[in-house]
Write a protein that binds this ligand. Structure first.
Ligand code: T4K
Length: 374
């Protein structure tokens, strides 16, 4: 059998430009001996990324989780924060690490994102902010969330870990709310091995973020806050600059795979395909399908069947965050109050999608789903 046909196919693979293109960057780092602490590649990547993404200011981070934790510190968030249970666990963990109480609110059945109509009922005198997630890179109901935030004077921090490069109605999705955070983890559309960023609207906020990510140092002798070490290093930043050169091509490849899946899977009975988001320049970060009752296998059986064929999809985001031990006893984690999130988490399966996914492998995945008994 062809090697390609037998290699395992994972839900994602990082996009790696040709290795020889990276050597000159490493050579410069060796020559300058500036390895971290806001070196030249770090500075250049902040400017280039802000420009590429169409945002005012961007502060780089060592990873997306530290970006989330620091975003909460930046706005001095305390008390309770309303968030979604349908996300990666880092979203809620960032709250607990700041001594903040996560309050889970259900998601919308079409976007899988926090449902603004359900937020109001969860607001208490201790609520200070909303932390929605653009799950799979698909925009939240921005207007609905902002309306609630304005009415109750709440901050909005978007966990935009999946939303690199996404534009909604012609404007960067990252330019909404008070702050947005990104992840540049190996599994993301744009990666710096590990990495992340906070997007913010003004230079003063950027300065506060820069202080916080560097132990709270404002200058050589002044510490203004109990900051953390969350700095991106020069090797990561250099890789980001190289990655940026290839990013449009990489997203285009993802688009082609999304299109192929959509064409072929649209008519498979019992499989539904969440629609592409309207008015959106999308990044094709994930390809979720929903396995319905009419399909001959359950979602978990289909997951197992694909694994028998060496294909490794993922059930992002099952289990829900609200079902993990450190969250499940909270009043807002009650199953009956999160019916949509539970329903989606039990039916969803994310199929492999990444720039180097071979057409033969995409066809192999489609063939198993079309005829799981073959
Ligand atoms: N907020 C949201 C909404 C997030 O989704 C995430 C991260 C964060 C915040 C936090 O950002 P970071 O602190 O991570 O920057 C992965 C990622 O580790 C995680 O970054 C990501 N979300 C989450 C959705 O997915 P796992 O447990 O699925 O990773 P893992 O190691 O099983 O990788 C999945 C597949 O990717 C592997 O089967 C093979 C492939 N892979 C993975 C890595 C790490 C590679 O081919 N190469 C690699 O280096 O969590």
């Amino acid at each position: 059998m062809d090697k390609k046909q037998t290699d395992p196919v994972y839900v994602t693979r990082p996009f790696l430009p040709p290795l020889e293109e990276f050597y000159p960057y490493l050579q410069q780092i060796w020559e300058k001996k500036q390895l971290t602490n806001g070196g030249p590649f770090h500075q250049e990547l902040e400017v280039r990324l802000a420009d590429y993404l169409g945002v005012e200011h961007l502060a780089l981070f060592a990873n997306g989780t530290l970006a989330l934790m620091t975003a909460l510190q930046t706005l001095r968030i305390t008390g309770e924060v309303i968030t979604t249970p349908f996300s990666f666990v880092a979203t809620a963990h960032s709250l607990l690490w700041n001594g903040i109480e996560p309050v889970f609110v259900d998601i919308h059945p079409e976007t899988f994102n926090l449902d603004p109509d359900k937020i109001e009922a969860a607001i208490t005198p201790r609520t200070t902010a909303i932390m929605p997630v653009h799950v799979y890179g698909k925009p939240c109901n921005l207007e609905g969330i902002q309306r609630v935030a304005d009415t109750y004077n709440l901050k909005v921090i978007y966990d935009a870990a999946h939303a690199f490069g996404v534009h909604y109605k012609g404007k960067s999705l990252l330019a909404h709310g008070d702050l947005s955070t990104l992840s540049f983890h190996a599994t993301k559309v744009f990666n710096t091995f590990e990495g992340g960023a906070i997007v913010c609207p003004d230079a003063n906020t950027k300065k506060r973020i820069d202080d916080l990510k560097n132990f709270g140092f404002h200058d050589e002798v002044t510490v203004v806050a109990p900051g953390i070490n969350a700095k991106m290093n020069e090797v990561q930043a250099a890789f980001g600059l190289l990655q940026l050169k290839h990013i449009d091509k990489a997203i285009e490849r993802r688009r082609e795979i999304d299109k192929r899946y959509r064409q072929k899977l649209a008519n498979v009975g019992g499989i539904s395909l969440p629609a592409l988001p309207a008015d959106t320049k999308y990044n094709f970060a994930y390809f979720p399908i929903l396995v319905e009752k009419e399909y001959p296998l359950t979602r978990d059986e289909l997951n197992d069947k694909l694994r028998e064929h060496g294909i490794f999809p993922r059930r992002y985001f099952y289990p829900l965050i609200s079902d993990f031990p450190m969250y499940r006893n909270r009043p807002s984690a009650v199953r009956q109050d999160l019916p949509v999130a539970h329903d989606i988490a039990e039916r969803v399966l994310c199929l492999p999608i990444y720039p180097d996914l071979e057409a033969e492998n995409a066809e192999r995945i489609i063939a198993v789903i079309e005829d799981p008994y073959n």
